[in-house]
Write a protein of this length. Structure first.
Length: 473
């Protein structure tokens, strides 16, 4: 055993205490993280412009303070799988959850993959989680990933259905209810978070908040409905002829039993009313986001907190004759993604492709946390420094086993399990009306994009009890 001389010993003690001080100093300078997820929010926000009337002043303010990733996409366009990908930093083709189904801790491929909360906790952060973050919550072996729970989501529901036509899934009701914001779980979560943000923390914090609106049922108080005159709401441009150039496959497999069919929506004349409820829910959740952001701004942590805001996937309101999610088109895959914080200069919107699985490595780099060998996304720090910095990696979205979308700055290629393809040129066709896949002039473009298609995706892992049920008729 090495023996220190009496002379060197005090120097080592001094050095050790200096190092300890240095480490603590670094710790106290490491930025906090405030992660805000919103459920089922598509690009209908002011800063993305997906709907000309959407009122989201609080998110728009945040967008001005940091970087907007205007070409950001989910890994899988459905709740549980998308959130598993965000929290693990792992693609569907590795974890094997391609639709609504297994919980994080049930997926064998993630046995040794720490959630982002766990990873930061293991590196000195205090983790707080409230609302809907992982679809199934932090349960079983994930329970210890959370130092402090800010409560699970609690929904308020009227005694009777308000607007739902007979025979539709009860999950899909909507209406001006309850009377006050304070009766809704999202508002309560925002208020709780606002209080927590005034506290002092010994370690840097990682707070994750998951807001539930605009997920169905679309119940929010009357004042939010009053923001949108039902007769003057712009409805999505949705020509029936849009379907004529589509391969049949995805039109069939996305016919999920819970979401209403567009022909039923039209038959019952509910399109305006449902669109109004979705917009009202967006403005309500924006208000909740504002409560949290205002609280952070007036807190001792305002200068040293990274804010990441995202939605787990997009949402159709009739586009391509479809409602809800699960497709590989822009309405389903595109999500809001905002990042702001110390050192991030406001500036132009980034139109390079980004994926929600890039969030994990981005936060690791921003906080100088140790790497994680499981991560499959790529840090967005270069685009936080310069929004024009090109990205080679497209955003890859998978939906149901064997179907993938490749989204670059200018293109979207969709490839279905049976080999059928769609190609859209986003420079001139942001609505994805014109499928160019059958045009020989685009053969090379398709070949180039197809190089990104996952070749050996993990077999699908699904609990039988949680499989999506196909419609019977
Ligand atoms: Ca969702
Ligand atoms: Ca079309």
């Amino acid at each position: 055993m090495h023996q220190f001389s009496i002379l060197t010993r005090p120097i080592l003690v001094l050095l050790a205490s200096f190092l300890t001080f240095e480490t603590q100093a670094q710790d106290s300078n490491r930025p906090n993280i405030l992660m805000i997820s919103i459920d089922d929010l598509n690009d209908w926000t002011g800063f993305l412009g997906g709907h000309p009337q959407a009122l989201t002043p609080h998110m728009d303010k945040l967008a001005k303070q940091g970087r907007v990733f205007a070409n950001a996409h989910c890994a899988i366009p459905v709740c549980s799988s998308s959130r598993v990908s965000v929290m693990s930093g792992v693609a569907a083709t590795t974890h094997g959850s391609y639709e609504l189904g297994p919980a994080y801790e049930e997926l064998p491929a993630l046995n040794n993959v720490p959630t982002i909360q766990r990873h930061f906790k293991d590196n000195g952060y205090t983790t707080l989680v409230g609302g809907k973050v992982l679809h199934h919550g932090f349960q079983d072996r994930l329970a210890a990933d959370v130092d402090r729970s800010l409560g699970r989501y609690k929904g308020a529901r009227p005694k009777k259905m308000m607007n739902l036509p007979a025979g539709w899934s009860k999950a899909w009701d909507w209406g001006a209810y309850p009377e006050n914001d304070s009766e809704l779980g999202d508002f309560q979560l925002a208020e709780t978070a606002a209080e927590v943000l005034q506290e002092n923390f010994e370690n840097p914090f990682f707070i994750t908040l998951g807001f539930f609106r605009p997920h169905v049922p679309l119940y929010v108080p009357p004042k939010w409905f009053d923001l949108y005159d039902i007769e003057r709401i712009s409805l999505p441009d949705n020509p029936m002829s849009d379907l004529e150039d589509l391969p049949g496959n995805f039109l069939t497999i996305n016919d999920y039993a819970v979401a209403p069919r567009n022909k039923d929506v039209l038959e019952h004349r509910k399109q305006r009313s449902m669109t109004q409820a979705y917009l009202a829910s967006i403005s309500f959740v924006d208000h909740c986001v504002g409560i949290v952001l205002d609280a952070l701004e007036s807190s001792p942590h305002s200068d040293n907190t990274i804010i990441v805001l995202w939605s787990d996937h997009g949402f159709h309101l009739g586009e391509k004759q479809h409602w809800a999610k699960r497709t590989l088109w822009e309405e389903s895959t595109r999500v809001p993604l905002l990042i702001s914080g110390p050192g991030i200069q406001p500036g132009d919107t980034c139109t390079e492709p980004a994926s929600l699985i890039d969030i994990y490595p981005t936060l690791v780099e921003l906080c100088q946390a140790p790497g994680n060998p499981h991560l499959e996304g790529i840090s967005l720090v270069p685009q936080l420094n310069d929004p024009a910095e090109p990205r080679d990696q497209p955003a890859i979205t998978s939906a149901y086993f064997g179907n993938h979308s490749i989204r670059t700055r200018d293109w979207r290629l969709i490839s279905y399990e049976d080999g059928a393809k769609e190609l859209y040129d986003h420079r001139v066709d942001q609505d994805e009306f014109h499928n160019l896949a059958g045009d020989p002039a685009y053969k090379e473009t398709i070949e180039e994009l197809a190089q990104w298609l996952p070749q050996d995706g993990a077999a699908e892992f699904k609990k039988v009890s949680e499989r999506a049920k196909p419609r019977k008729n």
